[in-house]
Design a protein around this ligand. Structure first.
Ligand code: G3I
Length: 347
């Protein structure tokens, strides 16, 4: 039977982020879907710095090793995510014993040590790394992360150089969300140019693609694919999903009572997605895969951010306990009708 990977072969790799239970081999349904439909996986969490190096120089590679073994065993191309990201970096990364921020020199040393240890460990086994994740704001300015504040703008170059030194053959990517926004698009293009001018290897730009039913504007999305490709890098759709629930701002970390109110108001589809919504989701995925097909010379990989709706981070964001339907496989790992639509589109 034709799977998604067979349908899109010759265009790009197609895969999914997998969670630790899955890469530990404890989710037979996931393995079955992967083998039939996908040929590349990325670790949803277990290769982030907080998990790999929870304390300085105390690396814990157990879960990440199992992820790479699992990929090899199941014929999946493994992608590494992510070396430098403020959001899941452990607190010690930025502070000294007294809790004060470290100097630029110390920060650079810690970045280099983390990158060379992690990339070096999987040398020759990982196809490519998200080297830096989410360093630019939607308006195109640098995100004021501790990496930026302590090291300065060149923390990105430093990270790419360290990764290249640790494995000269591995592909290196810059990855970010809201990549359709014109300000961000322009800034990412400037960043790619800057990295190239500084003599850094950069193979690709990852467009996370956490989409909704009505965002982003698809012509902006296409414009970004064209712009990144024009910078001389491969485009990767790295964290694809389609959120069917509304996301009013300001509820993150809300109190329990507030969450409860939120659920009543904004989590309306707990009994299943109504038919008209399911149809909208299907049309949205078709529109996206139509864009990918038309831009297939520019795109080298599509990665969904999860296999089944049961696994999606969108069940826990912006508050826990939501029932979301963002992926291509339902909670029982059954294909949604759009899987066949996509396969037929690529025939
Ligand atoms: O594993 C622990 C568990 O032991 C603990 O009891 C529980 C209580 O909070 O937390 C569990 O860890 C959670 C982990 O996901 C695994 O489920 C973390 O709290 C939670 O913060 C973490 O969320 C991840 C998030 O990144 C933050 O790192 C999501 O799964 C993951 O999908 C999400 O992925 C990011 C990409 O890396 C970058 N782009 C955006 C994307 C979505 O936010």
């Amino acid at each position: 039977q034709t799977g998604l990977k067979d349908a899109v072969s010759g265009h790009f790799l197609i895969g999914a982020a997998i969670n630790q239970r899955q890469s530990d081999g404890k989710d037979a349904n996931a393995t079955k879907v992967l083998k039939r439909h996908f040929n590349t996986i990325v670790a949803e969490n277990c290769m982030k710095s907080g998990l790999l190096q929870p304390r300085e120089n105390k690396f814990d590679f157990r879960a990440a090793d199992r992820f790479v073994d699992y990929a090899e065993k199941n014929g999946q191309v493994p992608i590494g995510h992510c070396l430098i990201w403020h959001s899941q970096a452990p607190r010690w990364f930025f502070t000294d014993d007294e809790g004060k921020r470290v100097s630029r020199e110390v920060m650079i040393e810690r970045m280099r040590k983390h990158i060379s240890t992690v990339v070096g460990r999987y040398k020759g086994r990982i196809k490519g790394w998200d080297v830096v994740n989410e360093a630019i704001e939607d308006d195109g300015s640098f995100r004021r992360s501790p990496f930026y504040e302590i090291v300065g703008e060149d923390f990105i170059e430093i990270a790419f150089k360290a990764a290249h030194e640790a494995d000269p053959d591995v592909e290196l990517y810059y990855n970010d969300f809201s990549m359709s926004k014109p300000g961000k698009r322009a800034a990412v293009c400037r960043l790619v140019k800057r990295l190239k001018d500084a003599g850094c290897r950069i193979d690709g730009v990852g467009m996370q693609s956490h989409n909704g039913l009505d965002y982003p504007d698809l012509s902006d999305y296409e414009a970004s694919i064209d712009s990144f490709a024009a910078c001389g890098v491969k485009v990767m759709i790295t964290e694809l999903d389609v959120n069917v629930l509304p996301n009013p701002r300001g509820f993150g970390g809300a109190a329990v009572e507030q969450n409860f109110e939120y659920q009543k108001k904004y989590n309306p589809y707990t009994a299943g997605l109504p038919e008209d919504m399911a149809e909208k989701l299907r049309e949205r995925y078709k529109a996206l895969f139509d864009i990918y097909r038309r831009h297939s010379g520019q795109i080298s990989r599509i990665t969904l951010w999860g296999i089944s709706d049961a696994n999606s981070w969108l069940n826990n964001w912006p508050v826990p306990g939501r029932t979301n339907y963002p992926l291509l496989f339902d909670r029982k790992y059954n294909e949604k009708p759009v899987v066949d639509d996509i396969i037929n589109m690529y025939k």
